[in-house]
Design a protein around this ligand. Structure first.
Ligand code: ADP
Ligand code: MG
Ligand code: ZN
Length: 601
């Protein structure tokens, strides 16, 4: 489209230029004086004219004194006849040299111009339409092609240096890098290098980043496609895209194909409702076929990433396919510090910034969350017109990332403020008293996101396992707010609804997933599977009887009641401390960890 406009513009310009040149010449021709026939006759009679040139009806009159004049006669009459009619004596006419020239051809260009414009216009139009049709055509032709993006190798090159932590994952992947660099070394010794490697990890742990780093380290082409790009309305498109992708990759080998979010196509075949699983199946089959087709000389390695290994089709995980799995965990405290260092590199940090402390305060954060924290801190700093990011900005951003923005404009009425203060005090007090609950990190009655207030409890250290006692205590902490409202105001508000949702979830999982309930025994109840039907939906398949269902409900309720009792007892017993916390909250709105501990001591 742009091209066409450009072509037309150039055309038009040339056109205008030529026209200008011609009109210039025209103007030049008309520079001599124009005289009437009467005046010409008069001049001939006076013997002033030496020569007349006739071109059609135009006369160029050359005077004896060297001047040149122009005149016109009627079209069909000869000049001599004309002069006779004017009664010019014959000898006078003979004295003038009369040259008959060709008819002056008006410039060819100007003659054909009127025809040329519409023709050009029509040709242009046809050309334009053809291009459009062709566009549609090529688009239709490329429908089956993969939209895989070939990453520019030098620009945006990522190496392992830019990926913090994940030491084991890096070691595993280093093997792949070596293979891509010197395949012969491995082939000679008869070693088979895995064709497919699956990166597993929660969202934001850096799977995509890691895959790019592998390509960057090996310095090979990197085809990047997302699983969802294979999925179209039409059956067969995905499969043809897979074929196209692998064909391109083989041409560019050695190289890496990276299929991000492979669970979009690699879900267990036969699961899910609606027609789309047919298409997914074909796409998945095609991927498997292509990977089986690799021989030892094909230096193509397929990396795939997912955060849902549980839903993947077992056929994908078979030897010869994605048999190598690399797990990328959420970063631990040391890795978090490293990640923070990497992302802080291009940001001016104030002297008081202690990234180690930031790492301590962010258990459970993924790499992406941490990158986000520093970015939010930079935004906060820029908005405050400061030049350097200080520690306070970073700490504020942690909460912003964790809980959403502070909503200072969301003003609570004095009564609401009081209820919220006691509610949060309840959470904090129960957490403080119970031995297995996570310590209180901060309490606030400034609303954030959708919560009126919040209490942050952070574990003392990173934990992979959670024990029964910890679950029991954390359920009591969740009901601390509810209990406080009940004890101090004898009435409940909607402020506890989120707490209730969370406690029910925990109690249910204790019974049905963790096998922690004495009565129900060490087994799971119900199989969760995700069905994709008009969006996302979790469907639980019951593998237990109606009677068991009743028992489960009973046990869940029992956990909740037990937690409520603990919370009510503690809140009633420590009314004085509750009041202390609430008063400070009402006055200052937030209490930090140290202050809180001093208050409780
Ligand atoms: P995933 O694909 O696992 O969901 P990404 O690879 O897209 O996560 O990571 C998102 C962003 O988080 C990255 O672009 C990077 O800025 C940051 N990040 C995540 N993990 C790390 C890490 N280990 N080191 C450095 N940055 C990281
Ligand atoms: Mg990703
Ligand atoms: Zn609460």
């Amino acid at each position: 489209m742009k091209n066409i406009i450009k072509n037309f513009a150039v055309f038009f310009l040339i056109f205008a230029l030529i026209a200008a040149i011609f009109s210039f010449f025209d103007a030049d021709r008309q520079s001599s004086e124009e005289i009437s026939l009467d005046r010409l006759v008069e001049q001939i009679n006076q013997d002033a004219v030496s020569r007349i040139e006739v071109r059609g009806n135009e006369l160029s009159v050359f005077l004896k004194n060297g001047e040149e004049q122009k005149s016109k006669k009627e079209n069909n009459e000869s000049l001599v006849a004309l002069l006779r009619n004017y009664e010019v004596p014959a000898e006078k006419i003979q004295a003038v040299e009369i040259n008959i020239g060709d008819e002056p051809s008006p410039s060819i260009f100007l003659t054909i111009l009127p025809f040329l414009i519409p023709i050009l216009f029509i040709v242009g139009l046809i050309f334009f339409m053809m291009r459009q049709v062709q566009g549609v055509n090529t688009r239709a032709m490329s429908f089956g092609q993969s939209g895989a993006k070939l990453a520019d190798r030098q620009k945006n090159r990522v190496t392992f240096k830019e990926v913090a932590g994940a030491k084991e994952a890096k070691e595993d992947l280093l093997e792949v890098v070596e293979f891509l660099k010197q395949p012969q070394k491995f082939i000679n010794i008869g070693a088979k290098i895995p064709k497919g490697i699956l990166l597993l990890g929660s969202p934001g742990t850096g799977k995509t980043l890691m895959a790019r780093a592998v390509a960057g380290e090996a310095n090979v082409p990197f085809f990047h496609i997302s699983g969802s790009e294979f999925v179209e309305m039409f059956v067969g498109v995905g499969a043809s895209r897979v074929r196209d992708l692998f064909k391109k990759a083989k041409k560019a080998s050695p190289c890496i194909i990276f299929i991000d979010e492979i669970d979009a196509v690699g879900r267990q075949r036969g699961a899910g409702l609606g027609g789309s699983h047919d298409e997914r199946e074909q796409t998945l089959n095609q991927i498997l076929v292509e990977m089986d087709g690799f021989d030892n000389q094909t230096n193509v390695i397929v990396l795939a990433a997912t955060n849902r290994p549980d839903v993947l089709d077992p056929a994908l995980l078979r030897p010869g396919r994605f048999d190598r799995q690399v797990v990328i965990d959420l970063p631990d405290i040391k890795d978090r510090e490293e990640i923070l260092h990497i992302h802080a590199q291009k940001k001016p940090l104030a002297k008081d910034v202690d990234l180690k402390l930031v790492a301590q305060r962010t258990p459970g954060f993924s790499g992406a969350d941490l990158a986000n924290v520093l970015n939010e801190a930079a935004i906060l700093t820029a908005r405050a017109n400061a030049k350097q990011i200080n520690q306070q900005a970073i700490l504020d951003s942690i909460e912003r990332v964790m809980l959403g923005r502070e909503r200072k404009s969301h003003i609570l009425s004095p009564k609401e403020k009081e209820i919220t203060a006691y509610h949060e005090a309840g959470h904090a007090l129960v957490a403080h008293v119970l031995p297995h609950a996570d310590p209180v990190h901060k309490i606030s009655i400034i609303s954030r996101g959708r919560a009126a207030g919040y209490t942050i409890n952070l574990p003392k250290e990173d934990k992979k396992l959670k024990s029964y006692s910890e679950f029991i205590d954390s359920m009591a902490v969740l009901l601390g707010g509810y209990a406080a409202e009940k004890v101090f105001f004898h009435e409940l508000t909607t402020g506890a609804s989120n707490d209730l949702k969370r406690i029910t979830e925990i109690a249910r999982r204790l019974v049905t997933q963790f096998g922690m309930n004495e009565k129900m025994g060490p087994r799971t109840f119900g199989e969760r599977e995700e069905m994709i039907f008009l969006g996302k939906e979790i469907h639980e398949r019951r593998d237990y009887s109606e009677k068991t269902a009743e028992l489960i409900d009973e046990q869940v309720s029992q956990y909740v009641n037990q937690a409520l009792k603990t919370a009510m007892d503690l809140v009633s017993k420590h009314k004085d401390k509750m009041k202390k916390i609430a008063d400070v909250l009402l006055e200052k709105e937030t209490i930090e960890k140290n202050e809180f501990e001093a208050l409780m001591a």
